[in-house]
Design a protein around this ligand. Structure first.
Ligand code: ADP
Ligand code: MG
Length: 365
């Protein structure tokens, strides 16, 4: 049977998902779910110029390998940590230098609730093992995501995983704490030096930094819009071809397969959530999670289950969400507002409170 030109067009639409909309011209939707930076990542890109998902993935891998990972020998952070106590300053790239400046300032502004030198304590708690690589495969199978564009429900969670955990002793925690303290870092205008046994961990800001890099890249490309999530940090840019707002689901901290509500956003936004459900273990009915109070060395106990920050910077949305989690509702709200950021808290009773500016974007379920 001879095919009419229209049949070809329909076949092409089905295979490639080509969309034609007046607002954006011709765009094609590309998506990818993957693992990077120790978490599940999800991309939806409405591109006018082919598939950019692999390039975005490379940005994350490069950031992790060359700059941020304390595990990967040769990364900038690993080199800085390896030189701790040597008395030698380690040169820092311009980018990392700028990021360290932002994070050290936040450490000060949060009264130490945020501390990039928390690593000795995080390592003692073995937080990394609570989110070890073998579980990530499992997570990927759950198609974990909070980006509603993908129409999936479950966020990365370690709910089912109860492993043998050794709670550190008070003495061990006190010793690890004595090796922390951002105020003990020595900085020149292009290098850094750590005292003996101190180590940096940018885990609380790395996914947000990735969102910044991805946004900068995609804005230079022929893209109508995109929404990318790196674990609990999400960036949106541009618009959806159908003109509807981006929808970012806020996970219910006690039923991580559902949302407490949705953020409806236009244009460029950075959204990060820190929650006690992301990485944790339970021992004797007590939940030990991965957000630590640098003042005590124990998981933060400020009466909140999760904090979501919305602002115009990825690094700040991520780092503020961690800082605000440690500070709790009242002080956290004040800190977020001092940064011009919007915040939404879920407390231990499941009550939601938020900055006034957040109210216009959030719709409770
Ligand atoms: P996630 O990494 O799950 O997105 P966060 O952004 O809140 O969650 O970061 C938590 C990670 O940051 C921890 O795994 C730990 O490595 C580090 N961290 C924990 N507590 C603090 C803190 N008070 N300040 C800075 N970093 C922290
Ligand atoms: Mg964070």
């Amino acid at each position: 049977m001879k095919r009419k030109p229209k049949d070809f067009l329909i076949a092409f639409l089905l295979v490639s998902g080509l969309l034609i909309f007046a607002g954006c011209g011709k765009v094609e939707r590309y998506s990818m779910t993957d693992i990077a930076m120790g978490t599940v990542t999800n991309q939806t890109i409405y591109s006018k110029d082919g598939d950019l998902t692999l390039a975005v993935r490379d940005i994350m891998l490069e950031l992790e390998q060359e700059e941020l990972s304390w595990r990967i020998e040769g990364s900038e952070i690993a080199q800085i940590n390896a030189a701790a106590g040597s008395g030698v300053y380690t040169p820092v790239s311009d980018r990392l230098y700028k990021e360290l400046g932002i994070l050290i300032k936040l450490s000060e502004d949060s009264g130490g609730a945020f501390d990039i030198s928390i690593h000795p304590v995080a390592a003692l708690w073995n937080i990394d093992a609570w989110a070890a690589g073998e579980n990530l495969e499992e997570e990927e199978n759950q198609a974990a995501e909070i980006n509603l564009e993908e129409q999936t429900a479950e966020e990365s969670t370690f709910l089912d995983k109860q492993q043998s955990v050794i709670i550190p002793s008070r003495e061990q925690i006190a010793l690890a704490l004595s090796h922390t303290g951002y105020e003990n870092l020595s900085l020149t205008d292009s290098s850094i030096m750590l005292p003996k046994d101190m180590a940096l961990d940018l885990g609380a800001a790395g996914k947000g930094i990735a969102c910044d890099r991805i946004a900068a890249y995609l804005k230079e490309q022929a893209v109508c819009g995109a929404v990318i999530s790196v674990g609990g940090s999400v960036v949106t840019i541009g618009k959806k071809p159908d003109g509807t707002p981006w929808q970012i689901g806020i996970i219910d901290p006690r039923d991580t397969s559902s949302f407490i509500g949705i953020l409806y956003l236009e244009g460029e936004n950075f959204v990060s959530t820190s929650g006690d459900y992301e990485r944790y273990v339970e021992v004797d009915g007590v939940r030990y999670h991965h957000i630590l109070n640098p003042a005590t060395g124990y998981p933060a106990d400020s009466g909140v289950r999760s904090v979501t920050i919305l602002c115009d910077s990825g690094i700040l949305s991520d780092a503020l969400s961690t800082a605000c989690f440690v500070l709790g509702v009242e002080e956290g709200m004040a800190l977020a507002e001092s940064y011009g950021a919007q915040a939404l808290f879920v407390d231990m009773e499941g009550n939601i409170s938020m900055t006034d500016g957040m109210k216009q974007f959030f719709k409770e379920k």
